[in-house]
Write a protein that binds this ligand. Structure first.
Ligand code: SF4
Ligand code: SF4
Length: 501
């Protein structure tokens, strides 16, 4: 056997003096990094730092740390570069990865701060005053026409377009049944119902067990058309056409055949064990006119439910979104280059696309300049990590944000970035029954609900400090933001002043 030049990324250390040899850590390690031979022994190469062993060790005697091996220092030849080259040299393949871009690009959210009320403009106490977070997603009419009925009452002349009602400006990102487990989907569906928000099915279709939650479900139509049929389209409260994904712009999807068991095969409408390949382009969309045709075909099929179009953020995103809105989309879903994924070539995830913050500001500007901002809502996605990110996104022009990784972290995800291996120790990004059942949907939903309740309180707290009592008043209000440590050009694109001005 040839010797591998790779070194383990992590080291698993066990305090054997306190270990009671119960083997719970071994049972919990789905990556087979732990085994028993007189005592628990670790294969450091296999550890991905999922932390499952640490959490379930009753004696708390396990430590996982970054392997402290020193490389000869180089600012240019980082360890990351060397390790990637060794992997390529040994496999000849493209390194795959899960979750979002982790390169140290500037995170603009962390360089934006919010204004607060002081003496002249009073703040509002959110514990005593009502705060409105309700948000409607979809086309808003240019103007309202009224007419008088025979009995002298005033009513709207035309029915306004259908909108999605959210009790807070947050939705769950599209994550397909296939990329994540059914229990993870169930947890999100239960949470969406409880919190009055919505989840996306992602491109994997809608499992029959979730039909009861379809009032809280945006169904997706991606290029592979998995699970797309008339009933599926009608069940959702909206339909999302997926053009692109932030973690892999211009790349199609691939669910390996080994993950396509009976349930997924039924839900996706593909044979058991076959790879589910969704091509990069939709083969019926090569222009804005083609997109328009599909949008209106879906509207016809669904009695004019809102249609959303999801794209990855790329440099000419504002012009693209203008076309999408003019093609009839009611919602535009912008997925930034830090968005998560089940599996992506590392090179694409880390180097293709542009930051959500800049794309969002550019899109909001363009739609306002063209006088069509009311024709579509914007959902901002791509690593929204906290309620602070959400609030700043709304001040930059988003109507709502979508959360994927943050939701998974709430239910146990350690962002170990090995979702593509299908061995998720937390039962999230896996289809192995023995792993998937580790995630109890009820407990996961409780955790998610708690997180969203906390975000709701936080959003209200910040609104109060800004002297606002409705999220609507913050939308696109960039005057309430200031930049710290951002260059003039970035501030210009964001439409935000530097702090101190
Ligand atoms: S779970 Fe903890 S106590 Fe049990 S065998 Fe593993 S290290 Fe020892
Ligand atoms: S979903 Fe599972 S495999 Fe993916 S990053 Fe989270 S813990 Fe790791």
């Amino acid at each position: 056997m040839r010797k591998s030049y790779l070194i383990p990324e992590f080291r698993v250390e066990i305090d054997h003096t306190r270990c009671r040899r119960c083997k719970r850590c071994i049972m919990n390690c789905s990556y087979e990094a732990l085994s028993f031979s007189d005592r628990v022994v670790a294969d450091h190469f296999k550890c991905v730092a999922c932390h499952r062993c640490i959490v379930f060790c009753p004696e708390n005697v396990i430590t996982v740390r970054k392997n402290p091996v020193d490389f000869k220092e180089s600012f240019n030849w980082t360890n990351r570069h060397r390790l990637d080259i060794w992997k390529q040299a040994e496999t000849g393949g493209i390194p795959l990865t899960g979750m979002g871009n982790d390169l140290p690009y500037q995170i603009i959210w962390d360089h934006l701060v919010l204004d607060a009320c002081q003496v002249t403009n009073p703040s509002i106490d959110p514990l005593r005053e009502p705060m409105e977070l309700r948000t409607y997603l979809g086309k808003k009419p240019d103007s309202l026409q009224f007419e008088e009925t025979a009995d002298g009452k005033i009513k709207l002349k035309e029915k306004p377009p259908k909108n999605i009602k959210l009790e807070m400006p947050v939705v769950f990102s599209p994550m397909s049944y296939g990329s994540i487990s059914l229990n993870a989907h169930k947890a999100m569906a239960m949470t969406a119902k409880e919190m009055g928000i919505v989840m996306h099915t992602g491109e994997g279709g809608l499992h029959k067990d979730l039909y009861d939650y379809s009032d809280y479900m945006i169904v997706q139509c991606a290029s592979g058309r998995f699970g797309v049929h008339a009933e599926y389209l009608k069940r959702g409260i909206a339909v999302d056409i997926k053009i692109g994904q932030g973690a892999k712009p211009g790349i199609g999807g691939h669910l390996p055949g080994e993950k396509v068991g009976l349930d997924i095969s039924k839900t996706r409408m593909i044979p058991i064990g076959t790879d589910a390949l969704s091509p990069a382009p939709h083969h019926d969309i090569y222009s804005i006119e083609d997109l328009r045709q599909l949008i209106y075909a879906i509207k016809e099929a669904t009695n004019y439910k809102p249609v959303s179009v999801k794209i990855a953020t790329v440099h000419n995103v504002a012009a693209i979104v203008s076309g999408i809105v003019r093609a009839g989309a009611d919602i535009v879903y912008l997925d930034g280059f830090r968005g998560g994924t089940g599996a992506s070539p590392k090179i694409v995830r880390d180097h293709v696309g542009i930051p959500l913050e800049l794309a969002l500001a550019a899109v909001d500007d363009r739609l306002r300049e063209e006088g069509i901002r009311n024709q579509a809502s914007i959902i901002a996605a791509g690593s929204i990590r906290s309620s602070a990110d959400a609030i700043k996104a709304i001040a930059l022009g988003a109507d709502a944000v979508a959360i994927g990784t943050a939701a998974l972290v709430a239910i146990g995800c350690r962002v170990c970035q090995t979702c593509h291996m299908g061995k998720c120790a937390w039962g999230i990004a896996t289809q192995r029954p023995e792993l998937a059942r580790r995630l109890d949907p009820e407990i996961a939903a409780e955790r998610l609900i708690n997180m969203l309740k906390a975000w709701k309180f936080e959003i209200k707290e910040v609104l109060g400090s800004l002297g606002l009592n409705a999220i609507e008043s913050l939308r696109g209000s960039r005057e309430r933001l200031r930049g710290i440590g951002l260059d003039a050009q970035t501030l210009d694109i964001l439409g935000v002043k530097p702090a101190g001005k």
